[in-house]
Write a protein that binds this ligand. Sequence first.
Ligand code: NAD
Ligand code: ZN
Length: 708
Amino acid sequence: MSPQEQINGLTDQLNYYNHQYYQNSVSEVDDFTFDRMLEQLTALEAQYPEFKRPDSPTNRVGGGISKEFATVYHRFPMLSLGNTYSEAELVEFDNRVRRGLDGQTFEYVCELKFDGVALSMTYENGVLVQGATRGDGVRGDDITANIRTIRTLPLRVSDRMGQSPEASTPVPALFEVRGEGFLPIAEFERINKEREDIGEPLLANPRNAASGTFKQQDSRIVAQRRLDCYLYSFLADEEVFKTHEESLIALKGWGFNVSPTWRKCADIREVMQFINDWDTKRFELPLATDGIVIKVNSYAQQRELGYTAKSPRWAIAFKYKAMAASTTLNHVTYQVGRTGAVTPVANLTPVLLAGTVVKRASLHNANEIERLGVQLGDTVFVEKGGEIIPKVTGVDLTKRTDAVRPIIYPTNCPACQTPLVRMEDERGGVQAHFYCPNEKGCPPQRQARFEHFIQRRAMNIESLGEGKIELLIERGLVQSPADLYELTTEKLLGLEKTYPATSSLPDDGSGRSPAEEPGKARTVKFGQKTVDNILKAVERSREQPFTNVLFALGIRYVGATTAEKLVDYFGTMDALMAAPLEVLITVPEVGPRIAQSVAKWFADPDNRDYVERLRAAGLQFVGERKVVEVRSDRLTGKTFLYTGTFANFSREQLEAEIAAHGGKLVSGVSKKLNFLIVGENAGPSKVSKAESLNVPMISEDEFMAMLT
Ligand SMILES: NC(=O)c1ccc[n+]([C@@H]2O[C@H](COP(=O)([O-])OP(=O)(O)OC[C@H]3O[C@@H](n4cnc5c(N)ncnc54)[C@H](O)[C@@H]3O)[C@@H](O)[C@H]2O)c1
Ligand SMILES: [Zn+2]
């Protein structure tokens, strides 16, 4: 391949990865591979400048702006950071700084490099007026509404509010703060557990999840995910602080969330020490980190050092290589998840990785096995990244022997032998996972249905957790959650089983990724007190509101929030069961995918029997209806969005009115929107977006005229 072809190839490929990473929140390769390719391109371009393309990723900040949000221009460009994986290059950086500062003394501030999304927040007279993404560095997306959902981000700051004595610096009239928006790991795992429970595909890692969340059009969805933000930079027209350190202290004093992990370092040796200190300790932090950011402390010196087109010369990111180890893949087991998804798990010769012994690692799905080209007996690389569960990331082909055997993916469910199927994904392709379609009879799926049913947000019978359900199913005491309402003291008292010490519980096919917990022997026992607690909880569950009951049914894609919307709209189980698909689709925030899933579920006679048994058991089938009766079909097939306030309607009333006439409320301005209803104090971004997309805008009066 000629150098020009190489440059072209790398440019196209890196631009594509950048697009996937920043626009679609997907990493198709790991960061190390990406950075190595970028380095290769930089070197080639230096050697053959004549072939360097104007769209080269080497002279641009990686992100872009999207059509879904209004565009904002940054008052100060938002740059990237130079990065390195090696200590030798860090020493070179230190030498460059030293030369650039001509022998002056200087200090560094080291911070953790948080792995999320760069955010910029502008405050005017102490009030948060704008929040934006980095975008291409010059222009970003206006995501103010989403950023406002971050609970730790002050919407208003004042120097008097600060609790610390350092907060004495007055708050400037206009300033900008920057930080990293992220999903705490615990929150990431909570969301994935919920998604797994209702059959939504899992989010890949906390960074991509955070990035995807900030780009949601509906800030109500954003608010349900508890995003957080660590602030690491302050900017204003006038000089407020002399050093970065001072700004961090003041930001904290003004009530911003500044991670306490930063430290001032006198020289590069102390920096190295800081890097070593956090090498594995960073896994104890509540969020994903991928390195250390090293910044020259003095602002005057920062100005002296200046910037390249892409990044400051006074800062660098040291990135940790993902924690990797190599070991042998002995065999693959397959777990069946709550919704029938089959997950292959690598069983490894135990190996030490980032302070824990790893015996099992995720192989994700059949596509991943194919992509890795891995075989049984291979030496594989196992990595621990931002996530808790290690994963197999590659094969050491230099160690492959003749003894390797191909991995034969099962064609039948490992739990119930039903032939596996692949389903279509939302874009019409096939999903990466194979599924066991035997929803009713497959033991792990059946058990998962019970676990779903008893959880707090459903029927709240959690005293039945931890092995008790398994035992009841095994003894034939329950087959369907409706049977729980026929349990008696006589049936339960004295039941007992000891689960052996190894893997019988973790291997229950629950589909949860393989944790590293050692399996201890456990005894499940139904003594008098346990039995009383269970029966009491079952009794109390009869009072759980209809929303919980509907969620408890375990209809695919119907999470707790969707259940609420359905109850608001229909009010009763009977009305919901009678609703044809066309009506289900008109429910606010219920799209065709959910509507179809609901209709299909209620069309199944077994499911209807199940519902009748729950009714007979006395569960709540009536909720509070918040949507008025459908009064006409004048708005049928039309979509609406409103902005501002109205003379004749509250927001809720307006939403109800749209629904009552068959219209559908949508959450963002797009080409598909039929009408934007514009009231007093309308939001400028919605209006200008509607203008640019030629979406008709109507007044309150015009809207009312449509109803008669
Ligand atoms: N895997 C892929 O497909 C893919 C694609 C594109 C980019 N990437 C990764 O993204 C990197 C490029 O992204 P980038 O331009 O955002 O650079 P970067 O993420 O390496 O560094 C700059 C960013 O670091 C963040 N940051 C975190 N903590 C910080 C702190 N304490 N102080 C200052 N900034 C802090 C900020 O968001 C800032 O914008 C690449 O090096 C690559 O590793 C990966
Ligand atoms: Zn099965």
